[in-house]
Design a protein around this ligand. Structure first.
Ligand SMILES: [Zn+2]
Length: 309
């Protein structure tokens, strides 16, 4: 009880300046805590981008308009996820060319909506694909769209290995580990059939969620999978039907990337999503306002030029 007694005495003697010192110490502790919160991360911190070529990993969230298209180069391996609508093929191919990617170790089609798979046939013609990953559908929910049929034809033409994946599986491509977190169950809601992957390189991880909505996020959390990631591509273009608070808190990302088109018809990203990111001190990068977003890594930290200035 010595401290309260002393405090009482200080107050009595009007030694308020000591209280000011105490307040300054508490404020310094708070600032340090916030600094650690912003800088922390499972693998490290966000640092300003320097020269792209110096980093062994480049994850490019391509500006495909309203849709998703991700090109990942890591040492001598490459993964591509989706590609946007048919009209986005040129942007995808340009990114692959800039990254000097001619061989794709794994091409993932998250789910059969045109804003994800539309460009895949054209993109596949420009590169050699070794493995193609997709969700298996039954007769009950087999897609019948032209886009889906064209994608299946393109995969057959490529003659590559096809993997029908489910949550709980794990694959390795070069130095990248690919942990499949979803789909976990069959549904007619194709968004919720999205392949959700946690991509791990060294101490850094990326959570790439396709258009998976809150139901899937809850299923993943209930299954006890490790969702922790430095960078998350928010589900369903930043829609409020994805990115639940418990899920984002469990992921605890430093950076959230939103892939959406400028002035899109859906109002993506929704303000609830942006507010949650702000509240959780997650830095948001958007393809509609930032253009193609590059996040680089050396396996210990993440780097992005959008942080400069
Ligand atoms: Zn979509």
């Amino acid at each position: 009880m010595a401290i309260p007694m002393k405090l009482k005495q200080f107050l009595k003697e009007k030694k308020y300046y000591l209280l000011i010192v105490l307040a300054v110490v508490l404020l310094a502790a708070l600032v340090t805590y916030i600094g650690v919160r912003l800088d922390r991360g499972p693998g490290g911190s966000i640092l300003p981008f320097d020269t792209a070529s110096q980093y062994p990993m480049d994850v490019a969230f391509v500006n495909v308009g309203q849709g998703d298209g991700i090109v990942i180069r890591c040492e001598d391996a490459a993964i591509v996820i989706d590609g946007g609508e048919q009209t986005a093929a040129a942007a995808m191919k340009e990114c692959l060319k800039n990254e000097n990617i001619t061989d794709v170790d794994c091409y993932i089609a998250t789910h059969p909506h045109s804003d994800h798979i539309g460009a895949i046939p054209a993109v596949m013609k420009a590169v050699n694909v070794k493995t193609f990953m997709m969700t298996e559908f039954s007769e009950l929910n087999m897609p019948t769209t032209r886009n889906f049929e064209q994608m299946v034809d393109a995969v057959e033409d490529e003659g590559c290995e096809v993997l029908f994946v489910r949550g709980g599986e794990e694959y390795t491509f070069g130095k990248m580990k690919l942990q499949i977190l979803a789909p976990l169950e069959e549904t007619n809601n194709y968004n919720n059939m999205s392949i959700v992957v946690r991509l791990v390189y060294g101490e850094i991880s990326f959570l790439l969620t396709g258009d998976a909505e809150k139901d899937v996020e809850a299923q993943i959390l209930a299954g006890g999978a490790d969702v922790d990631a430095d960078v998350i591509k928010l589900g369903h273009h930043g829609s409020s039907n994805a990115s639940s608070r418990p899920f984002i808190e469990a992921v605890s990302p430093l950076i959230a990337v939103i892939s959406c088109g400028a002035d899109n018809d859906y109002g993506h990203p929704h303000k609830e999503t942006l507010e949650l990111m702000k509240e959780l001190s997650v830095r948001v990068l958007r393809t509609d306002t930032d253009g193609t977003v590059h996040v680089y890594s050396d396996g210990k930290n993440v780097f992005t030029k959008e942080l400069v200035g």
